[in-house]
Design a protein around this ligand. Structure first.
Ligand code: CUA
Length: 352
């Protein structure tokens, strides 16, 4: 009790420091909830259901916490040892209490289980079974997502488009995602769009979503997959239908053939270097399958598994020494000099 009195009689300065520490603590705790990915700002029906489930369980957990901790604190003070007090009444067993504290948690867990199962079934049911035909091309888009160490390959089999780390989808359409891996187990997770789903070698997992909120949503590989797991980001860009059609047209367009100056020199350097062994640029002899398809590299906001902003300085830096920037990456340091890095970059930046 004395320590509590001391706490309450603490100087104003101490209390200010305590308040500041508390505010800082809460800010750090809640810092994961603002910006993107913003767990508490769902942008699809599936993410909304997950968010609602989270909040329901949070309320239940908070109630349990308050009841249990309240009883604990009440009991600690009410029945604490007092000087010269006699030994308390010795109790051995109380059937009603024991049934109560077994049944109560079982009921609470059963409620949580039912809520979770309901949400799981609701968000996993593919649209075809939910009444919206997946075969209707105008209302659904098929995407094949392949996890690589450490980037995401994104294919649109029906559209003939292959890209990386940035997945464009039209708003208000059913997006059917098939997920697989090229090497180890990864996990595709864009919190504002939907649940986590593992990308497993030799297996195809299916998931779907539908978003009515155009915007750019960050995601992160959510399964430890090696040295650069933390630098394996993905972005889902929900476009308006017109924006999506424009994006599709751009992605299907051939690369520019009328390059001049530094960009033209850069193209020759790229095609002469061993870049072509790993990367594809459609319409050129570069047909490598190991690294990301670069045909429309400049249309993406980020590169190298979403690690860096796609600006010329970063791209040139990356070409010169990828393993310094992302140790463990498959892309080798080829000893490319700064002026060559800049020249190749000026070519890559034409690949809109
Ligand atoms: Cu891929 Cu973690």
């Amino acid at each position: 009790m004395k320590s509590i009195q001391r706490l309450f009689s603490a100087s104003r300065r101490t209390r200010t420091a305590q308040t500041a520490a508390l505010v800082l603590f809460i800010s750090i705790l809640s810092s994961g909830c603002i910006g993107t990915p913003a767990m508490l700002q769902p942008a699809s029906d599936n993410a909304t259901q997950i968010s609602n489930l989270t909040q329901s369980i949070l309320v239940i957990a908070a109630a349990v916490f308050i009841i249990v901790e309240g009883l604990l604190i009440f009991t600690s003070f009410r029945y604490r040892k007092r000087p010269n007090a006699p030994l308390p009444r010795q109790v051995s067993g109380n059937t009603a209490l024991e049934i109560g504290w077994t049944a109560f948690p079982a009921i609470v867990l059963a409620i949580v289980f039912a809520l979770t199962l309901g949400t799981l079934i609701a968000i996993d049911t593919p649209p075809a079974q939910a009444g919206a035909p997946a075969s209707n091309a105008s209302s659904s888009v098929n995407v094949l997502i392949i996890g690589h160490q450490w980037w995401w390959e994104i294919q649109y089999p029906d559209l003939g488009i292959i890209t990386a780390n940035e997945m464009h989808v039209p708003a208000n359409a059913n997006i059917i995602m098939k997920l697989q891996s090229n090497d180890v187990i990864h996990s595709f997770w864009v919190p504002q769009i939907g649940r986590k789903l593992d990308a497993i070698p030799g297996r195809i997992n299916t998931n779907w979503f539908r978003s009515g909120n155009p915007g750019r949503y960050d995601g992160q590989c959510a399964e430890f997959c090696g040295a650069e797991h933390a630098l394996m980001h993905v972005q889902i860009v929900v476009d308006t239908p017109d924006q999506f059609q424009a994006w599709v047209n751009d992605q299907k367009a051939p690369i520019p053939t009328n390059l001049t100056g530094q960009a033209a020199v850069g193209e020759q350097m790229f095609l002469a270097a061993s870049c072509t062994a790993c990367h594809t640029i459609k319409g050129t002899k570069a047909q490598g399958q190991i690294g990301p398809d670069l045909t429309h590299f400049a249309s993406r906001a980020k590169f190298a598994g979403g690690s860096f902003d796609n600006i010329p300085a970063n791209v040139s830096d990356w070409i010169q020494h990828p393993r310094e920037l992302k140790p463990g990456t498959v892309m080798p340091d080829l000893g490319i000099m700064p002026n060559m890095g800049d020249t190749i970059t000026s070519f890559l930046e034409t690949l809109k």
